[in-house]
Ligand binder design. Structure first.
Ligand SMILES: [Zn+2]
Length: 292
């Protein structure tokens, strides 16, 4: 199964994995990453639209590198799954994208099978856009309660940065034993979590690996395009006598360079913080969908 062989990606932060059962609750009642991945795949493959079609399956085969998912459809399919996406999108969205890539690979190999052609199923990257019909939040009401959650806001884009490259997976090499490890980066502007030690077991006569032995290998790491936009409150949302507020949006992959300053937008994103400098943590919204 591709996607699972990229190091300990899906298990790496299980210690912080939220337990919905709480203390004394039944931990087995919680959705594990493995079963969430399976359910995401079932959703993409089997969700039926009002006319009996399979909108996500068809969209995947047609677009190949992106699919827009209405969160209301996910609600209807599995409320627990959509709850996870709303409350911990940074954890579950990458899982959803892995599921999409795997479903696409299996669909494409099936299509190839019907024509009698042999085609190697290639797992490309699929970006998921999350659309939502719920009401927009006011920029003024977004506070600590919304941290790391899915939010929907509206405004006008007043600035767009140039396109930068952002690492999604950083390849590290141990300076002592030369063993290689790949670590994922959090979506948006977040960095990679580099382990402090190397798990190489020293052979007799070998020097044990020191603490913090990892060096990043830039040309072996994986990157995506990233752009930041500044979204300002719509004039009609600004209380009389006050200045409009704005929020930083981080967009990547297919959302990059699609919006020019002056555009009115409604966006769905993950409210998060990033360390802008050594001194300040700034908040920003990692965008998962534009809605017009
Ligand atoms: Zn080592």
């Amino acid at each position: 199964m591709s996607g699972w062989d990229e190091g300990a990606v899906f298990y790496s932060d299980q210690a912080q994995f939220p337990r919905s059962g709480g203390p004394g609750g039944d931990p087995t009642a919680d959705l594990t990453r493995h079963s969430a991945l399976r359910k995401f795949k079932e959703f993409l493959r089997g969700f039926t639209g009002p006319t009996g079609d399979f909108p996500y399956r068809e969209s995947l085969v047609h677009n190949r590198d992106h699919v827009t998912v209405a969160i209301e459809d996910l609600d209807a399919f599995d409320a627990e799954l959509s709850d996870k996406i709303r409350k911990s999108p940074a954890d579950y969205l990458p899982l959803f994208e892995t599921a999409a890539a795997e479903v696409l690979a299996s669909l494409r190999s099936k299509v190839a099978g019907e024509t009698g052609e042999m085609e190697e199923p290639v797992t490309g990257d699929v970006q998921i856009f999350l659309a939502s019909k719920e009401n927009c939040l006011s920029m003024r009401s977004i506070g600590a309660d919304y941290m790391s959650k899915l939010v929907k806001i509206a405004g006008i884009v007043i600035a767009a940065s140039r396109v930068k490259a952002k690492a999604t997976h950083v390849t590290l090499i141990c300076k002592n034993c030369r063993s290689v490890r790949t670590v994922p980066c959090r979506p948006g502007l977040g960095g990679a979590i580099v382990p402090r030690s190397c798990d190489h077991v020293p052979q007799p006569g070998e020097e044990p690996c020191p603490l913090d032995p990892w060096i990043a290998v830039p040309d072996k790491s994986k990157y995506v395009d990233l752009q930041t936009l500044k979204l300002q409150e719509n004039p009609e949302d600004v209380p009389t006598g006050e200045l409009p507020r704005n929020v930083l949006l981080s967009v990547d992959r297919h959302l990059v360079q699609t919006i020019v300053p002056g555009t009115r937008l409604t966006v769905v994103g993950i409210y998060s913080v990033y360390q802008a400098s050594a001194k300040y943590d700034e908040s920003k919204i990692y965008l998962v969908c534009y809605l017009f």
